[in-house]
Design a protein around this ligand. Structure first.
Ligand SMILES: [Ca+2]
Length: 536
């Protein structure tokens, strides 16, 4: 479980900043560089009265398996409605397929080679204290900032006026008996009598849910690589508590500009949901990927580095069977459906309080996921479309593009400058993403900017470099060379075109984009539209 750095003076800052409309001085940051030092902001009550709020909702490890993204098995009515209320980005990408690097980049607005955070053990506040994360910037500009659940991987104390009570950055709840236990030879089966025994003992649902979702006493592998079924609505699980806490925040801060972070840990492994969400997704309707394999299977002609030798999170160090794979996919979908239900509780309260018209709702995830494609599970190391692609909606009041789908290639690094611009705050220096307000007004607008996703296996620099532009996905690996994929004509990514002479022009152009990434100068300028090779 991640360690959450303590910040002894946080409460003092919070109390000061919570009193909106006063001058707020951040003298504790006196040793920062001038360019990145937090502004000393004077905010009048009048100026703040008309500010838009931000409700920032994150999910963990959620690839876009939602009805609105084309998966009819995952109805997700709340997220689907949210997507329709705003602009739904059909092709949003993360900077790194792992929690901490991706969240750090997104929340500081910097690419991972500039944050230097490329693992799950580095807190940017220790290595780059000059970086002002998104919520902290809103706090500096007079907003009250509140967190429940997992927003940062390591919580950033200076970002929040309030938060941290719901178990920090993980489930944070306490229990020990999985009712489905792959390691006891009953994988995919409810352990006989477990739920009945709990009921007979008089244990209530909340206690039961806390108990079975505990990691206590288990190794990482045993905790992660299993399916958990909760009772009732999942009361007692951290995600349920996160929604409850955000509802409290909405009620408490409804009369002042707020930035509220609402972070769910599902569908991160172990896939977890109450029984009724499993029931919504019949396992016999679940389809395996066309390139499903029981174990890591490198397609012919692809570089060795494009698939890690060992899975993380699910099917760790073991093969899957098609039946097991379907059960895990069902559980992953059920876990998304339960996250959707919790998000629905939050959004319903926002509406009940009459806050929708003055609140921007942003929903996303930290990275994508593989569900057995090429025998790979989970996200780590995946520069494939499944690993890099994320769900992303932004519903900004009165944006002309609301209700439309945007097919442009965008990065979650863009969220920071977009929210800053939508709220009328001064744009801070150093942002490496690009405000997407033009796409919120016109989702079909021209937008020829690349989305980069990289991976670091060893050392302190990426060992895999990926870039996505319209139609093409390209990556270079230290281990085995380049890969070029025609996403329009080969959506399952089965043919590597990088060494095909007919695509040499495309490959060279994308290789040059990787070189540009390595110069560390962002945001990158627009590129000239690609000319398709005659052979394509
Ligand atoms: Ca994650």
């Amino acid at each position: 479980m991640p360690h959450r750095p303590k910040n002894p003076t946080r409460r003092e800052i919070l109390k000061g900043a919570a009193a909106l409309g006063v001058t707020t001085a951040f003298s504790r940051f006196a040793n920062l560089t001038a360019a990145d030092a937090p502004a000393v902001v004077t905010v009048s009550k009048t100026a703040m009265a008309n500010k838009l709020n931000v409700l920032f909702i994150m999910s963990d490890d959620m690839r876009p398996e939602l009805n609105c993204y084309g998966n009819p098995l995952v109805a997700a009515p709340n997220l689907t409605a949210l997507g329709k209320a705003g602009v739904m980005f059909e092709r949003g990408y993360c900077p790194f397929p792992l929690c901490n690097p991706s969240r750090t980049a997104m929340l500081t607005g910097r690419q991972v080679i500039n944050t230097g955070v490329m693992d799950n053990s580095t807190y940017f506040g220790n290595t780059h204290p000059e970086l002002v994360a998104l919520p902290r910037y809103f706090m500096q500009n007079g907003y009250v900032t509140a967190r429940a659940g997992k927003i940062f991987h390591f919580d950033d104390g200076p970002s929040w006026n309030v938060g941290g009570e719901t178990g920090g950055t993980s489930d944070g709840q306490a229990m020990d008996i999985p009712i489905i236990n792959p390691h006891a030879g009953v994988y995919g089966q409810v352990a006989p009598g477990a739920a009945d025994a709990a009921q007979a003992s008089g244990e209530d649902d909340a206690s039961y849910n806390r108990r079975i979702s505990s990691s206590a006493g288990k190794t990482q592998q045993r905790y992660s690589d299993e399916i958990l079924v909760l009772k009732g609505n999942g009361e007692g699980h951290g995600d349920y508590a996160t929604a409850d806490r955000v509802i409290e925040y909405l009620r408490k801060y409804k009369d002042q500009p707020f930035f509220i972070g609402c972070g769910f840990v599902k569908p991160h492994s172990p896939p977890t949901a109450p029984q009724r969400f499993f029931d919504m997704i019949p396992v016999d309707k679940v389809q395996l990927p066309v390139d499903y394999a029981a174990r890591r299977t490198l397609p012919e002609g692809f570089p060795e580095g494009c698939l890690r030798p060992r899975n993380a999170d699910l099917f760790i160090g073991r093969d899957s069977t098609p039946e097991q794979a379907k059960q895990v996919i069902q559980a992953y979908y059920a876990s998304i459906a339960w996250a959707d239900w919790n998000i629905g509780r939050v959004v319903a309260e926002l509406d009940r309080l009459g806050l929708r018209e003055k609140t921007i709702i942003c929903f996303s995830a930290d990275h994508g996921y593989q569900l057995g494609e090429k025998g790979k599970w989970s996200k780590a190391g995946s520069l494939w479309e499944e690993g890099a692609r994320i769900p992303l909606f932004i519903a900004a009041p009165k944006a002309k593009g609301n209700g439309q789908v945007c097919k442009r290639i965008v990065e979650n690094l863009n969220i920071y400058p977009t929210l800053v611009e939508l709220c009328g705050l001064p744009m801070p220096t150093g942002q490496e993403g690009r405000s997407m307000t033009a796409l919120l007004e016109n989702p079909q607008a021209t937008w020829n900017y690349p989305a980069y996703t990289v991976w670091k296996e060893i050392g302190n620099q990426p060992t895999g470099w990926g870039v996505r532009v319209e139609r093409w996905r390209y990556a270079e690996y230290d281990l085995g060379g380049p890969m070029l994929l025609d996403m329009d004509n080969d959506p399952h990514q089965l043919k590597n075109l990088a060494l095909d002479p007919a695509y040499a022009g495309i490959t060279a152009k994308l290789a040059d984009m990787i070189k540009q990434y390595k110069t560390q100068n962002f945001p990158r300028p627009a590129y000239e539209p690609f000319t398709a090779p005659t052979a394509a």
